[in-house]
Design a protein around this ligand. Structure first.
Ligand code: SF4
Length: 143
């Protein structure tokens, strides 16, 4: 089974993406990636953090060279999709991004893939800076 092939599989809900992208083949199509993108636990809360981080990092690598990364990501953001890595973003990242976006850029349409793409880049930079700052305030013995 595919992860979220935008041509068939879980990602096909969006006819819009299918229409505009039907000549592009998603990297996750037909590769048996479902567990990689969604995890292999019936109750997702049971997935150990380190396992989840490793899985999501690998899934993001698959997305990073996918020709459909922008439509896939904006689709998941518009749908406020709760599960799976879509367009290189985890569910937690999408939630955080949407909170930030709704606070600072509520007038940018989620249908505007290019602007959303730039906002995601901006958010990632801020997010990384915040993480680095938080890590640097952790006492050395916990590193
Ligand atoms: S961006 Fe990732 S999840 Fe979306 S279609 Fe491409 S490989 Fe699949």
């Amino acid at each position: 089974m595919e992860a979220h092939s935008l041509i068939s599989g879980p990602g096909v809900q969006s006819e819009g993406i299918h229409q505009t992208s039907k000549k592009l083949i998603p990297n996750c199509k037909g590769k048996g990636f479902t567990d990689l993108f969604y995890g292999d636990y019936y109750d997702l809360r049971e997935e150990p953090q380190d396992e989840k981080l490793e899985r999501e990092t690998k899934a993001k690598e698959v997305c990073s060279t996918c020709p459909l990364i922008k439509p896939c990501r904006t689709f998941a953001l518009r749908k406020e999709e709760d599960y799976g890595v879509w367009g290189g973003m985890t569910p937690g990242e999408r939630r955080e991004f949407l909170k930030w976006y709704k606070t600072y850029y509520p007038n940018v349409s989620l249908w505007d893939e290019d602007r959303i793409d730039k906002l995601v880049d901006r958010w990632k930079k801020r997010h990384r800076k915040k993480q680095t700052k938080a890590e640097s305030t952790i006492p050395r013995r916990f590193h």
